[in-house]
Design a protein. Structure first.
Length: 163
């Protein structure tokens, strides 16, 4: 089994859990913020959706933070369609990487083009894609809870849903 293939079951599980949360985002509350310095619910849901797109970037020679503007996602079907597309494309991009590709150093660039940090591509899958997704998905669960949205089971049961 290749390095890339080892990531795919985890990617699939995290994507499925994330999708269950995105299905519950209340579209009438997209402008809601828990604090003036926080992202809005809509901005956070969009960021979670777009984070899954970063797997596609792992096929490129580098990744530049802020190089792509996220589309406006104002309906549940739009949010889920974009997420599903990003998952499918990222999964295919990761699956196509050889072990040599996964071992190569992968530079992450600041918006000005200078190097922010560099790490092996296999570590970038973990840090930029999976860990980043999990972090923002956790924020999304808090946003949903504060809006009285029942939370789905992610790694285990919630106060709202058993497994």
């Amino acid at each position: 089994m290749s390095i890339a293939e080892r990531y795919l079951p985890e990617l699939d599980a995290e994507a499925a859990s994330t999708r269950r949360l995105l299905e519950r985002v209340p579209m009438d509350r997209l402008d809601w913020k828990p604090h003036p310095k926080s992202r809005s619910l809509g901005e956070l849901a969009t960021h979670v959706t777009e984070t899954m797109r970063w797997g596609i970037r792992l096929s490129a020679p580098s990744f530049q933070v802020g190089s792509e503007k996220a589309p406006a996602l104002r309906t549940t079907p739009d949010l889920l369609a974009r997420f599903d597309q990003n998952v499918a494309e990222s999964r295919a991009a990761i699956a196509s990487r050889s072990d040599d590709d996964m071992a190569e150093e992968f530079p992450v660039l600041k918006p000005d083009g200078s190097i922010f940090f560099q790490l092996p591509r296999k570590a970038a899958v973990r840090r930029l894609l999976l860990n980043h997704l999990i972090h923002h998905r956790g924020q999304l669960t808090v946003y949903l809870r504060l809006n009285d949205v029942p939370l789905p089971a992610v790694y285990g049961p919630t106060a709202d849903e058993s497994i």
